[in-house]
Design a protein around this ligand. Structure first.
Ligand SMILES: C[S@@+](CC[C@H](N)C(=O)[O-])C[C@H]1O[C@@H](n2cnc3c(N)ncnc32)[C@H](O)[C@@H]1O
Length: 289
């Protein structure tokens, strides 16, 4: 399709990141097609209305607005999630967190099951809900609490949970970290992808991220650990013995976070798990029995 090539060249010329993918996603969105279908109907001309809508999106993308906010959706773990500027756009490296939880939890659910009923999981910082919803779907025998400090983010997460048919198994709660939860060992699993970008790195982020994605979803203070540190201090109080903790971290933070967990004396099997780029991305640990 000529318009696709033209747009790719235009984005490239203007320094837009991922020029081809951006052009394909935006055109597919306007035509209500999949990216693959674009190539199957490549010679069909755009109507004036389609062209006008496409041009408007191209200009916004050129200014830096992320493709996922322009289309209002992002794929994660092969599921379609609604996103808005109130939430972080789910990242492919976060799939490492999902895989690392499934690796231990689906096999060892028996170990960490409370005496009665389904095991409970907890996610702190749900954003779009990508993590908690994916895990609720993958682990149908679990119930969840999903916490975020942002009301608008929780509204997006609730809608995604409804669309993916897991709303009955997730209680969403607006709170600061674990402040609203009783310090009782109720949870078999605690996962979090908290804001972890150190301030100096945040200042240098590409403008597509820094100017468009929520700052409260990214910035983790001077060294990036302002939220992870208090979460680790409080986590063992809500995990039951044998329960699992999995935290996503930034490149270069894994050793520090593993050391923080070790210092508590509460965990064993503390492991660093690499993402598809080879970066140590997830710290997983098990609370001692
Ligand atoms: C990096 S985003 C992760 C979003 C989503 N879980 C994901 O992986 O795509 C971090 C989330 O933590 C939330 N958050 C920030 N500070 C928080 C706090 N003190 N308590 C609870 N949630 C917080 C933000 O609103 C944001 O939605």
């Amino acid at each position: 399709m000529a318009v696709l090539q033209w747009t790719t060249d235009y984005f490239q010329d203007k320094g837009v990141s991922e020029p081809r993918a951006s052009a394909e996603v935006l055109l597919a969105h306007v035509l209500n097609l999949s990216r693959l279908d674009l190539y199957l109907r490549y010679d069909q001309p755009l109507t004036p209305d389609e062209l006008a809508r496409f041009k408007a999106l191209v200009l916004r993308r050129r200014a830096g607005e992320p493709t996922a906010y322009l289309t209002g959706r992002k794929e994660f773990w092969s599921l379609d999630f609604l996103v808005s500027p109130a939430v972080l756009i789910p990242r492919p490296e976060t799939e490492t967190l999902i895989a690392s939880v499934l690796e231990v939890f689906s096999l060892k659910t028996e170990d960490s099951r409370p005496r009665t009923g389904m095991p409970w999981g907890l996610e702190i910082g749900v954003g779009s809900g990508a993590i908690v919803i994916t895990l609720a779907r993958e682990l149908p025998q679990t119930r969840w609490v999903g916490v975020d400090i942002s009301g608008p983010a929780l509204a997006v997460a609730r809608e995604n949970a409804r669309r993916h048919g897991v709303e009955a198994r997730i209680n969403f709660l607006r709170a600061d970290l674990l402040a609203a939860l009783k310090p009782e060992p109720r949870f078999a699993l605690l996962v979090a992808n908290l804001p972890y970008v150190p301030r100096p790195v945040f200042e240098e982020l590409h403008k597509d991220i820094k100017e468009y994605e929520p700052r409260e979803a990214l910035l983790g203070g001077e060294d990036g650990l302002d939220l992870i540190r208090p979460l680790i201090r409080a986590a063992s109080g809500i995990l039951h013995p044998g329960g699992w903790l999995a935290l996503e971290v930034a490149d270069g933070q894994a050793a520090k976070v593993a050391a923080l967990l070790k210092e508590t004396g509460e965990y064993e099997e503390i492991e660093k798990i690499r993402d598809y780029l080879g970066i140590e991305r997830v710290i997983r640990a098990r609370k001692r029995d």
